[in-house]
Design a protein around this ligand. Structure first.
Ligand SMILES: Nc1ncnc2c1ncn2[C@@H]1O[C@H](COP(=O)(O)OP(=O)(O)OP(=O)(O)O)[C@@H](O)[C@H]1O
Ligand SMILES: [Mg+2]
Length: 272
């Protein structure tokens, strides 16, 4: 199977994206681009509009101002975007291999090819030996790796992840970061990762977009000039520390603003 990088990996352009929920401006005039193969993280305090941005790019949100283009097209085939969610999304009644094979079943891939591709994805996310385990028999990190492999089975040209590791402890998260680095190194998919974890953003990304607290705007774009290929060892390098410090300075202001405002007045209730 050809899992390797393809030249047609997508370019993303977000142009003047604004999303309001009634009087609340959740995302305010956000513009940025991701080049094919680029890994971008969006970081910001809770409630700054990260998931709103994720939903808009993933095509799950109508009714916004501005434009979202994938390879220059506003309405790309859904299959081009692979999404990984914060919540557990593995099917508990399916084993690891059956979870990963699911998208291939949906599109009617013949059984032999399906198994071959699924096994290769199992290897890619480092779950060899757990093919026949059910999600309940695995750790949270392993379940998220299963979810990532299942998303990759679609062969998406663009990978969109909303805090996929938020429920994991810091050490597991950093080590899982190694896996994500290896996967990206191999497949080179254009990737947008939503996170509120600075270490994760710096470890994985080519660029980090720091968002402001309500309304969610882009405060700064930080180039992560750490060499690739990377591994988790980079976390202890001086440059890593500097980059984390730079982002934290920006984020601290926003996070404290969020805390203070949250104590004064809660945001309008969600309607859905
Ligand atoms: N469907 C909705 N209806 C009304 N308001 C919404 C809706 N979805 C989000 N909001 C509001 O928009 C703002 C941004 O929410 P969003 O979920 O995008 O934040 P976030 O950055 O993902 O936060 P977190 O880090 O906690 O996940 C919040 O104030 C939220 O209350
Ligand atoms: Mg969110």
């Amino acid at each position: 199977m050809d899992l390797a990088a393809k030249p047609e990996h997508s370019a993303l352009q977000v142009k003047n994206l604004t999303k309001r929920f009634g009087p609340l401006v959740a995302v305010d005039d956000v513009s940025f681009e991701a080049k094919p193969g680029e890994f971008i993280s969006v970081i910001g305090p809770s409630g700054c509009g990260k998931s709103t941005l994720f939903n808009a790019i993933g095509g799950m949100l109508a009714d916004y101002e501005g434009q979202i283009l994938l390879d220059g097209v506003t309405n790309p085939a859904r299959r081009a975007i692979g999404m990984v969610f914060q919540e557990e999304s593995t099917f508990p009644w399916r084993t690891t291999l059956q979870n990963i094979a699911f998208p291939l079943e949906i599109v009617g891939t013949p059984k032999r090819e399906r198994l071959e591709r699924s096994r290769e994805l199992v290897k890619l996310v480092g779950l060899e030996g757990f093919e026949d385990h059910y999600p309940s028999e695995m750790s949270g990190g392993m379940r998220q790796r299963t979810a990532i492999a299942r998303t990759l089975a679609f062969g998406p040209r663009f990978l969109l992840m909303d805090e996929p590791f938020a429920a994991l402890d810091e050490q597991t998260r950093i080590l899982l970061g190694d896996k994500v680095l290896q996967i990206h190194q191999r497949l080179k998919q254009t990737t947008l990762l939503i996170t509120h974890n600075i270490t994760e953003a710096v470890q994985l990304s080519d660029r980090v977009l720091v968002m402001t607290y309500r309304p969610g705007r882009i405060k700064r774009i930080v180039d992560i000039d750490l060499p690739r290929p990377r591994s988790s060892e980079i976390v202890s390098s001086p440059r890593f520390g500097e980059l984390v410090g730079t982002i934290w300075n920006d984020l601290r202001e926003e996070a404290s603003r969020g805390l203070a405002e949250g104590e004064k007045s809660p945001p309008p209730r969600r309607k859905s």
